[in-house]
Design a protein around this ligand. Structure first.
Ligand code: ZN
Length: 377
């Protein structure tokens, strides 16, 4: 009997394997070039670890409508030496915009699909089709999901779901908001998952690590390679799948020691109006447009090294590489038609970057221009 079990080990006990969960590479959220460099570092580390495959829980890019961003992600992920499976996020497909969904399918591939690995079934889902109901898409996605669950559970196979959105963050019956799956849909999904032997729901979206357990189902939102809101190091999560549940998993921080060896940019921003928020964007190259605009910044998005929020009038950026950069400070207030924005900018030559603090002064009479409001994460 022991001999037999040893021969047919996969059926007896399940084969052990490891896979990686990545979340929100979101090229452009923390500075485009910076986010790409961090993703490249994750690829290097993951290739060394040699898991069987990688799943990416959505928000591959920050602004999917900028030409070439989705292609950049596709190119970078082709460096993995193992399969890499992606699920789309709200930043990839909007809510849900037909042209963005079409772009995603053309550049990345299907937005939902299943695959099987060593006796476990993985469902890569498009959770945006649960966040909003798209008449031409959501019912098809629902029917596909349910039939996959039924088939896998009839075959006695454990099921992983990889999504962008968490089902919930704090409690299964929390109200619907921008960070979870709407309550009614969530209840239906939880009941289905419980009935059909789902073992885990992997997600991103909230840019922080949240580990929940729903009746034995592991619900894991993990660390990102772009920006974390919870002060955890940037990184990814490795899962160890075997016969013992709950499955063990751990986050692996990115080794940032060789990325962007540069200088720090520090300084102050003054002249802000009450309730005016402020971000600073560092862009590669010399840019001196007469009037900055959000559109001009968006055109330069793929050249950006860093995007940071200015706190208490003070800015301190991790250093861009030693090349000429333009530092743009964007002061913004919500207005009836969108954001009211004012700009200040300075070009820094390589030798100027460094110790000298910069000073950005907004004048009270400086006019604002209107820019469309930015979307939620
Ligand atoms: Zn998201």
């Amino acid at each position: 009997m022991l001999f037999l079990c040893a021969i047919v080990l996969p059926a007896c006990a399940g084969e052990h394997f490891a896979f990686v969960q990545m979340c929100d590479p979101q090229f452009g959220f923390g500075g485009y070039k910076r986010d790409v460099l961090r993703f490249q570092q994750a690829v290097r580390q993951i290739n060394e670890l040699q898991p069987d495959f990688v799943v990416v829980c959505g928000d591959l890019v920050n602004i999917a409508s900028i030409d070439g961003t989705m292609e950049d992600l596709a190119k970078e992920k082709s460096a993995f030496r193992m399969p890499c499976y992606c699920a789309p996020g709200n930043h990839d497909v909007g809510a849900v915009a037909p042209e963005l969904l079409a772009q995603y399918r053309r550049v990345i591939g299907p937005d939902y699909f299943e695959f099987e690995h060593k006796g476990q079934v993985f469902l890569m889902v498009n959770s945006e089709l649960w966040a909003v109901t798209v008449p031409e898409e959501s019912p098809k996605h629902d029917a596909w999901f349910e039939s996959c669950l039924k088939k896998a559970s009839a075959e006695g196979k454990p099921i992983f779901v990889a999504a962008h959105r968490p089902l919930y963050v704090s409690s299964p019956d929390e109200p619907s908001d921008a960070w979870n799956i709407p309550l009614e849909t969530r209840k239906r999904l939880l009941a289905l998952m419980e009935r059909h032997g789902v073992v885990a729901w992997l997600s991103g979206h909230i840019h922080r690590t949240v580990l929940n357990d729903y009746k034995g189902i592991q619900l894991v939102s993990s660390t990102t390679t772009s920006v974390n809101f919870d002060e955890q190091p940037l990184g990814f999560r490795i899962w160890h799948v075997g016969e013992v549940r709950p499955y063990r998993h751990e986050s692996i921080p990115l080794d940032l020691s060789n990325i962007c060896p540069g200088v720090r940019v520090t300084g102050t921003v003054s002249g802000l109006r009450p309730n005016e928020g402020c971000v600073v964007v560092v862009i590669s190259g010399r840019h001196t447009p007469e009037h900055w605009s959000i559109e001009a910044l968006q055109r330069l998005e793929r050249q950006s090294y860093s995007v940071e929020v200015v706190k208490d009038g003070k800015l301190a950026l991790e250093g861009p590489p030693k090349e000429t950069v333009t530092v743009v400070v964007v002061a913004h207030t919500p207005g009836p038609k969108g954001l009211q924005v004012r700009f200040a900018s300075i070009v820094l030559d390589p030798l100027q970057c460094g110790d000298k603090p910069l000073s950005f002064v907004f004048q009270p009479e400086q006019a604002t221009s209107t820019a469309p409001a930015a979307g939620a994460e």
